[in-house]
Design a protein around this ligand. Sequence first.
Ligand code: 4NP
Length: 150
Amino acid sequence: MIRVVFVCLGNICRSPMAEFLFKDMVKKRNIEKEFLIKSAGTSDEEEGNAVYYRTRKKLEEVKISVEGKYARQLTKDDYNKYDYILAMDKRNVRDIIKICGGDKENKVHRLLDYSKNPRDIADPWYTGDFNVTYDDIMEGLDSFLKYLNI
Ligand code: 4NP
C-alpha cells in the first residue's frame, strides 16, 4: 500500500484537485487498491470548508466529483501515516516540515519535483487561473506515477 497525502495551504483548491485527479488516474489504471490517497492543508483557515467552487467546476469538466471532501489541517501524526507528503510549493514544504518537526525519512517533496521541469504550482486562489493549476497538477501526477513505476 502506497500512502500519499497532497498538501497545499488551504486544502480547498490545489491539494483536493490533486487528490481527486490522482484517485481517478489510479482507478482508470485498475491500481486503486495499491493506494491510500488524501489531501490536507498547512493552514487551519479553511478547516471544515468544502472544496472551492472553481476547483469543483474544473473537475466537473472532466466528470470528477469532490463530494464529501472538507478541508483538514495537516497534523504531526500524518508524518507517520503517509509515505509521500506531496506539496504544491516551497512555502508548503517549509510549513509541512514545521508541523511535522522535520523530515527525517525524506517524505516531503513538491509534486512538480517529479517532473522534468521542477517548480512550484502557483496558488489559483491568487492567480485566478484554474486551467494552469489543472495542467500543472496533471503533469506532476503523470510524472509521479512514472516515478513509482507501477
Ligand atoms: P489552496 O488555495 O492552498 O490551493 O487551497 C488557498 C485557499 C485559501 C486560502 C489560501 C490559499 N486562504 O487564504 O484562505
